[in-house]
Design a protein around this ligand. Structure first.
Ligand SMILES: [Zn+2]
Length: 271
């Protein structure tokens, strides 16, 4: 499942590639991905022009002039590809935006995803994105202060649950959480209230550095970018390394159940 690094990488590539292109037509193969009927979806987007593309957590926001926003969420996984004029579109696409210059942007979801269109003036009332939490790569928003406040509010919850709730922090899922908790020396089931002040500082630094590093590498090696190329991030510390030695102390990495998710931990380093 794509998380912040993959989604932010995709948004940057879309910003570079789609800006200035004018929408000629929208081809809807799977209307269930939409928030409105296909005709209304088309009316909102056709003849608009791509402006900046940004992301928050697992959502991509494509601003279109004048006054529309396309929202994309790849859900459990999928691809969003750019196609130059004359290139054929993937046969399994659920949706494609066709531009006047012959280029196209297609989406395919493995399980289920969302392509929503709203008037930009109504963006704040789009329920699925308006409730998203802090952006960990926004230094003005994700600070020691806001992070401490969050942990204080959620002090009775397990730290893993707090960090993965998209309403608290947007963009961390069950992939990147593994090495974040390891690098911070925290057991996933530790109560937020029991994370000390110095551990909180380390944790907030680790969240930023792990996600930034993965973003620089273009995201995970098993996810595809806008050009159908895989990311370069594949060297986990403990994530998905069950039975292998901990890179710090050599203790065997364990896979444990934590609520509804699996966790990979070093039982010696993470307490
Ligand atoms: Zn260890």
């Amino acid at each position: 499942m794509p998380e912040l690094p993959e989604v932010a990488n995709l948004a940057r590539q879309m910003d570079r590639e789609l800006r200035g292109r004018r929408v000629a037509e929208v081809e809807v193969v799977q209307p269930k991905c939409l928030n409105v009927p296909p005709e209304q979806f088309g009316r909102l987007l056709v003849h608009t022009q791509g402006n900046h593309v940004t992301s928050r957590g697992k959502w991509i926001f494509m601003d279109l002039e004048p006054g529309a926003t396309l929202l994309l969420n790849l859900g459990m996984g999928g691809e969003a590809f750019f196609h130059r004029e004359g290139e054929s579109l993937p046969g399994n696409r659920q949706l494609a935006v066709l531009f006047e210059d012959g280029c196209a942007f297609s989406q395919h979801f493995w399980w289920f995803g969302y392509v929503h269109a709203v008037k930009t003036a109504d963006l704040a009332s789009h329920a699925m994105t308006s409730s998203l939490g802090l952006d960990p790569l926004d230094d003005g928003e994700f600070t020691v202060g806001t992070f401490e406040k969050l942990l204080e509010e959620k002090k009775r919850s397990a730290i893993k649950t707090v960090l993965m709730d998209q309403k608290n922090i947007a963009g961390i899922g069950n992939v990147y959480i593994q090495d974040i908790l390891f690098a911070a020396g925290l057991h996933p089931l530790r109560k937020a209230a029991d994370v000390t002040v110095s551990e909180r500082r380390v944790l907030s630094d680790v969240i930023r550095s792990q996600l930034r590093n993965a973003l620089q590498l273009g995201g995970l090696a098993y996810e595809k970018d806008l050009y159908n190329q895989p990311g370069c991030f594949k060297d986990f510390l403990v994530g998905y390394r069950e039975g292998k030695p901990c890179p710090v102390c050599g203790t065997v990495v364990q896979k444990i159940r934590t609520g509804s998710t699996a966790s990979f931990i070093c039982p010696h380093c993470q307490t």
